[in-house]
Write a protein that binds this ligand. Sequence first.
Ligand SMILES: [Zn+2]
Length: 143
Amino acid sequence: MMDLNLKERISQHFLVAEVVKTCREDVDNTVINNARRLAETCLEPVRCRINRPLIVNSWYRSVKYNARVGGKRSSQHIRGEAVDIHLDADCWKIQLGELVPLFKHYADYDQLIVESSPTAHWLHVSHTERHANRHQYLRIKTH
Ligand SMILES: [Zn+2]
């Protein structure tokens, strides 16, 4: 098992602790490197402009953890290539309206997905080095 330094920065505003917030099993250097590229190409350009924290709900998921939470087997979370974030619990929809255009303009994303359930809303952002980033924007409602 890899020795994780949770306080280590992967970029200016994001820590290893945020990458492994919901899952610490089977983390390797590829996961950390993928997470760093996601932070640098997508999160930091937006974070620096809004000058407010982007709060991480979930980032890396091991294959086992992903299966337990019902994630797709192809989920980019497994590689550290995807993160789910929100700004604030309060006024979330208003803030989302600011956030989505900033990602569309400044982030080199593969997928940008607004996901909402009756009780929660979040933004899924991914970046990959495995193929050209698709700049795909989707809205998904889950029940
Ligand atoms: Zn996600």
